[in-house]
Design a protein around this ligand. Structure first.
Ligand code: ADP
Ligand code: MG
Length: 452
């Protein structure tokens, strides 16, 4: 079982014993970051979730994990920060911490020299109207690097195939031109390379090594924003390669002009080549992608199920894949291909329904439940601190989300004066700006309100 499958299997079990609201609140955007010697590290989206999972769910998770894999003895929860920070911290803790990319695809061997993942190919990249242009440019470059579009700059939102496409170019040039030196590198790696070689007085060597590359692929270049020294070194490497007609391929989550604090001369370099964006996949392409992926993963789902997924997950191909993985985990665990009904149950937390109208009652109920209080306590006159604060949160959400008038909100809470509601709203609005944890807390509550 891969990490991904193990986590999906654990989630599937938890889901059957947890209310949908709790499940959605605490398990959305979680994944296994690392599995090592009986220890699993789970990535959670924020500190609030971390605490909650540690205190309320750890036993259950550990039990299930252990039943699926006897070796598992310990579970840790971690909030990842920016990739770079996380990496720094990891390398402090242990030198053997694998790379992010390796973590993600440990079942595939990343090539040591090119740093490419052999999984990302043109052959399994589905082309549709939304990515036709970048695909065509990528394909042309793989036939003839360094001559047509230089640099190639591909941008688009998260999970839409940027990394896949630029690595496909790399894998193809390695195959077509075995004598050329192709190298893929993430911006984070590039940045840390510059930083450490400056520290070790080996920046010239670093630059020289990069100048020998024939096809240089740098992913997520937006991370160079604000890194002046790195930008400068990159500029020199870029120029050296460009002048020798070496191919440069870049990806970013936004176009060059939207990358803040990017030096002007770099920006104009980026804009001097071919810029192509990847949009959102249309329905047909989503279906096609699901078919390709389910074939790759060896699961035979009915068309109904595939249609259900493609009609509901529209903006992120990685999420399409996540949905498939969840169904695969179910199949492995139960030895049964999930039908449409089961798929709907398994996926309801990934797939959010249409925007819902919520009532004040629902908000009050959810806030009360969240803080383990009775609804009537929240509404009554108690001035106990444990109650006043949740009440203020409820008032705040009523105002902020539904825009109810202050007198109305006051009335909802046992006929309180409108100034109490105003005070609550202003207090929480202010505190949220200063206190990140409170901000997360309120978001979680809102999430619960809207997720059931
Ligand atoms: P990005 O780098 O834009 O965040 P990725 O390249 O990592 O996105 O893609 C996310 C996942 O979706 C990967 O597993 C990738 O293989 C898959 N994917 C993206 N686009 C396509 C596509 N057009 N055809 C097949 N798979 C795709
Ligand atoms: Mg990417």
């Amino acid at each position: 079982m891969t990490k991904e499958e193990l986590w999906q299997a654990i989630l599937a079990q938890i889901q059957f014993n947890t209310s949908p609201a709790n499940f959605a609140t605490w398990f959305k955007n979680t994944k296994i970051l690392l599995k090592q010697e009986g220890k699993i590290v789970i990535s959670v989206p924020n500190h609030f979730s971390k605490e909650w999972l540690e205190n309320k769910y750890n036993k259950t998770i550990l039990k299930i994990a252990h039943s699926l894999n006897e070796n598992v003895k310990e579970i840790k929860y971690e909030v990842p920060r920016t990739g770079l920070e996380v990496k720094k911290e990891r390398s402090r803790i242990t030198d053997h911490y694998p790379d992010e990319e390796q973590l993600q695809f440990e079942e595939f061997k990343i090539n040591k020299i090119s740093n490419l993942n052999p999984r990302y190919l043109f052959e399994n990249f589905v082309v549709g109207p939304f990515n036709e242009l970048p695909h065509a440019a990528a394909w042309a470059i793989s036939k003839n690097p360094g001559t047509i579009y230089n640099p190639l700059f591909i941008y688009g939102g998260v999970g839409l195939g940027k990394t896949h496409l630029i690595q496909a170019i790399g894998n193809k040039t390695v195959k077509n031109f075995p004598d050329k030196k192709t190298k893929y590198i993430t911006s984070e790696k590039f940045i840390s390379g510059v930083v450490s070689s400056i520290k070790n007085h080996s920046i010239e060597e670093f630059k020289n090594n990069h100048r020998k590359i024939d096809v240089l692929i740098i992913d997520d270049i937006q991370f160079l924003a604000g890194k002046e020294k790195t930008q400068e070194e990159f500029f020199h490497i870029f120029n050296a390669l460009y002048e020798k007609n070496k191919q440069i391929i870049l990806s970013s989550d936004r176009p060059p002009k939207a990358i803040s604090s990017l030096e002007e001369r770099l920006r104009s370099r980026f804009e001097g080549g071919m810029i192509a964006d990847i949009g959102f996949p249309d329905y047909e392409t989503r279906m096609a992608i699901l078919k390709v992926k389910s074939q790759e993963k060896g699961i035979n789902l009915s068309n109904d199920v595939l249609e259900y997924i493609s009609s509901n997950i529209k903006e992120n191909i990685r999420e399409l894949e996540g949905a498939l993985n969840r169904l695969i985990a179910y199949q492995k665990l139960n030895n049964q291909i999930p039908d449409c009904q089961i798929a709907k149950t398994l996926l309801k937390n990934i797939i959010s329904g249409p925007a819902k109208m919520v009532s004040p009652k629902k908000i009050i109920q959810t806030v009360a439940e969240f803080y383990d209080l009775k609804e009537k306590d929240l509404i009554a006159a108690s001035r106990k601190k444990e109650i006043v604060f949740p009440r203020q949160i409820a008032m705040y959400i009523l105002r902020e989300s539904l825009n109810y008038s202050f007198p109305f909100i006051g009335r909802k809470f046992g006929g309180k004066d409108h100034t109490t509601a105003i005070h609550a709203f202003e207090k929480i609005s202010r505190e949220i700006k200063e206190n990140e944890r409170l901000f997360e807390e309120v978001n979680l509550i809102k999430h619960r309100i809207y997720s059931v």
